[in-house]
Design a protein around this ligand. Structure first.
Ligand SMILES: [Zn+2]
Length: 81
């Protein structure tokens, strides 16, 4: 059973197989491509943000703790690292 639906992208009427269809056959590919591009772009941005986050080694943390006049354990506990 098909339902006549207005396409969200091009505003034309089309016969949809599902009642919750948003796009006509022409726009469906475009919509999927746009969705995939946005998804990939967002994933790339999330990954780049994670990779920018500095990861300190145990030695660096220990050196910082000594410079602050604390033991390594005290420094970690105080800064919630
Ligand atoms: Zn359309």
């Amino acid at each position: 059973m098909s339902v006549i639906v207005n396409c969200v992208m091009c505003k034309s009427l089309f016969a949809a197989k599902k009642s919750n269809a948003k796009y006509c056959a022409n726009c469906n590919k475009k919509a999927k491509n746009m969705w995939n591009q946005n998804y990939k772009r967002n994933r790339r941005q999330k990954k780049s943000i994670q990779s920018v986050k500095p990861v300190k080694t145990l030695k660096e943390l220990n050196d910082e703790a000594r410079a602050a006049g604390m033991s390594y354990g005290m420094y970690i506990a105080k800064n919630n690292i």
